[in-house]
Design a protein around this ligand. Structure first.
Ligand code: MTE
Length: 312
């Protein structure tokens, strides 16, 4: 099994060590958990003290084929099938991630060293896309806070900027006018430090698929999916709110915070409900979207006193 929570951390497995999807599913069934595990209880296993995501319907793990076949990764195209079709051209070895800006100890990591920085664990998170679909995935990684603590942010650091690779040679849509490349996202420092914010290297017991943001991405489960930056190459600490790709492209539609909020509609559609990938077709009854995507108990205090309609 791929997930090591020992001191050695998670290391890229040999092909022979990768758990095939079917075997992984069987293991989960054997554990009596595969089909109807509530996200809260999975979270409780991964994050002691952070249990209790509010959820009325039980969550099921999204089938692997849906999680890897229906994606947003605009560097590889705009159709949901484009990333699966095109992202084979992404070169993930060698890979380096620079961590710099307002920190005492800036550093550039080789991927292998970043993977070993802290013990990795499996976390089952819901991810809700701003477009109204969602999924539930077993991700592997460690809390971004582990990395942040090691680089020692200066007192002036208030925000963290996340930058994706932008390589026109391997990413066919980089250079198009779709977005201002590279894809950039940002978090407030306290959001980045929150234990739910996961620096992610794997999914379903395997390294991340290219279309899901290999070899390292962010997963921020209480925010709309576009905050979860894929194929990270730089993490930069700043004293000002970073200008983010979607906010620059459409400031009225995509705010900086982008917390999942069923009460604040997107200007062009409602955010009250969502379609869970793998749960039937377009006619299947939708699920109710939950405040902070069901993680309110863990994260609502980060926004105490803020007007979440204005700070969308
Ligand atoms: N990161 C990069 N670099 N480029 C992208 O287009 N799309 C975002 C986010 N991260 C995106 C990205 C959006 S809109 C979503 S919903 C999630 O990735 C989708 O993640 P998934 O394909 O693993 O479901």
């Amino acid at each position: 099994m791929l997930i090591h929570t020992s001191k050695s951390g998670f290391v890229h497995p040999l092909a022979s060590e990768i758990t095939p999807q079917a075997v992984w599913n069987e293991r989960r069934q054997w554990m009596g958990q595969a089909a109807t595990l509530s996200a809260g209880s999975v979270l409780a296993a991964g994050l002691p003290g952070l249990a209790g995501a509010a959820e009325s319907l039980p969550d099921k793990i999204t089938p692997f084929k849906d999680a890897t076949g229906y994606n947003n990764f605009y560097e590889f195209g705009t159709d949901k099938a484009d990333p699966a079709r095109n992202a084979h051209s992404l070169v993930t070895h060698p890979w380096r991630v620079k961590v710099d800006g307002l920190v005492k100890k800036p550093i550039e990591f080789a991927l292998e060293d970043l993977q070993k920085l802290a013990p990795q664990e499996e976390r089952v998170y819901r991810l809700r896309c701003v477009e109204g679909w969602s999924m539930v995935l077993p991700w592997q990684g460690y809390s971004l806070a582990e990395l942040i603590r090691r680089v020692e942010p200066l007192g002036s650091a208030k925000y963290v900027e996340f930058q994706s690779l932008a390589d026109p040679k391997t990413m066919p849509y980089v250079g198009s006018r779709l977005l201002d490349w590279p894809y950039v996202e940002g978090l407030r420092l306290d959001e980045a430090m929150h234990p739910l914010t996961l620096l992610t290297f794997g999914m379903y017991g395997q390294p991340l698929a290219n279309q899901n943001g290999a070899p390292v991405r962010l997963v921020v489960p209480w925010k709309y999916g576009f905050k979860s930056t894929k194929s990270l190459v730089r993490i930069r600490f700043t004293d000002h709110q970073p200008a983010t790709a979607w906010n620059k492209a459409a400031p009225d539609e995509y705010g900086f915070y982008s917390n999942v909020n069923p009460e604040v509609d997107h200007p062009r559609w409602s955010q009250a409900t969502e379609r869970r990938l793998g749960e039937g077709g377009l006619l299947t009854k939708k699920r109710k979207t939950l405040m902070f995507n069901g993680y309110a108990e863990q994260v609502a205090s980060l926004y105490a006193g803020m007007d979440l309609r204005r700070n969308f």
